[in-house]
Design a protein around this ligand. Sequence first.
Ligand code: NAX
Length: 325
Amino acid sequence: MPAPITVAVTGGAGQIGYSLLFSIAQGAVFGPDQPVRLKVLEIPPAMKVVEGVALELEDCAFGLLDGLELSDDPEAAFSDANWALLVGSKPRGPGMERGDLIRENGPIFVSQGNALQKAAADIRVLVVGNPCNTNCLIARGNAPEIPADRWFAMTRLDHNRAVNQLAKKSGSDVNAVERVTIWGNHSATQYPDYHHALINGDPATSVIDDETWLQEEFISRVQKRGAEVIEARGKSSAASAASAICDHVRTFHFGTPENDWTSAAVVSDGSYGITEGLLTSFPIKARPDGWEIVQDLEINDFSRGKIDASVEELQRERDIVADLL
Ligand code: NAX
């Protein structure tokens, strides 16, 4: 057996944590031969609940689970972690605007950024807690020694939602859909881009010969899918979010398939004219030893307008938290 991979998860007592921790311990991320150690961070009022989750993890008798630690101290939770999955954050309260949520959650990511910098030498960070792009920007701003290519905010759930919509509309298997891209912010301004997507190797735009559906219903459905789930379930997406977290980490650990790419918010290097330094979702090719933004895609005027609108929102969010960076 290889040496264990250590994964720190914040918000382990929450909805997503309840699905995510079990999937990681079961081998859904790093495979059936790779032991894992879990380090779970919670806030003091939630420690009792997370202790209950730990009892259940023990009761699963997972052969790959090499260790399980619970803590309310970020430095202890992040020490020696190879991946930190920052899921925990405060939910949006009644009447709270997006800007209020950004200010409310910002300090969490200041202290977690500081702790990551001190505690972890070989770390990759995926921020899921919303607003995830800007929370990731804040954490990164407080951990300047962690290299830029180690930071991610999650748009994989949006990517998976887009793949599913194209598969359903075309009557294809989800495995037949490739090269979908989510651009921009993980918010209602995100741009699910079908222009380069393939279905069974053919352009999605020729397989789904319905530009109005693609431009209007497809984009809007993906943008608003989180609200659709809340409306039906009475709670926000949890199992699908946990599954997307597993997909994200697995993809960056093992790499993207030969002919496909994934979507993730990474530190912009200025590609496609997007402001440098913003945590923005791009099309990404990953390999076990690194990743790169897919270059030279043709961006038509329709796409340009959508990408710019989402990036402008990210710039406004950055301005709101300028003092925390
Ligand atoms: P829950 O409210 O069920 O759980 C959040 C957990 O985080 C709680 O147990 C809470 O005690 C803990 N927490 C709060 N502050 C903390 C801190 N400083 N350190 C450690 N833990 C802390 O939320 P859940 O449904 O699990 O969602 C978690 C986050 O994921 C939310 O911010 C949510 O908006 C976000 N999401 C992001 C998605 C994405 O695609 N990027 C999709 C799913 C989800 O909506």
